[in-house]
Design a protein. Structure first.
Length: 108
C-alpha cells in the first residue's frame, strides 16, 4: 500500500511554530484514520525568514502539486492564504479533505 501524501492548509498567522506542528500532527492522524491508509505530511511550514508571506504561499502551492490530498483545517476560510490554496486545489483537481470539529470529511 502506497503512503498517501497530505498537504495541510491551516491558518498560521497567530500561531507559534510548536502550535502549528501539533495541529499538523493531529490533522495527519485524523486523515490517516479517515482514509484507513498510511499518510505522510508534505511540509509546507517555512521557517526561513528570508521569505516574505507571498513567497511562502507560492512555495506552499508548489509543494501542493505533489499531494494526493489537500486537507483544510477548521477556520481556513478566515485566512487569505488558505482560500488561495483552496482555489488552486479545486482548479487543479486535488482531492480535498475538510476538518470539521476534529473530524475529517471528504469533498466530492
Amino acid at each position: 500500500m502506497r503512503i498517501k501524501k497530505i498537504f495541510v492548509s491551516l491558518p498560521m498567522g497567530k500561531l507559534h511554530e510548536d502550535e502549528i506542528r501539533r495541529k499538523q500532527e493531529k490533522l495527519l492522524e485524523l486523515a490517516g484514520e479517515y482514509l484507513h491508509e498510511p499518510v505522510m505530511l508534505i511540509e509546507n511550514f517555512i521557517t526561513d525568514s528570508k521569505y516574505d508571506p507571498l513567497e511562502c504561499l507560492g512555495e506552499g502551492i508548489k509543494r501542493m502539486a505533489a499531494a494526493d490530498y489537500v486537507l483544510f483545517a477548521d477556520g481556513f476560510m478566515k485566512a487569505s492564504g488558505c482560500k488561495i490554496e483552496l482555489a488552486c486545489a479545486v482548479k487543479y483537481g486535488k482531492q480535498i479533505l475538510l476538518e470539521d470539529k476534529n473530524k475529517i470529511e471528504e469533498v466530492i
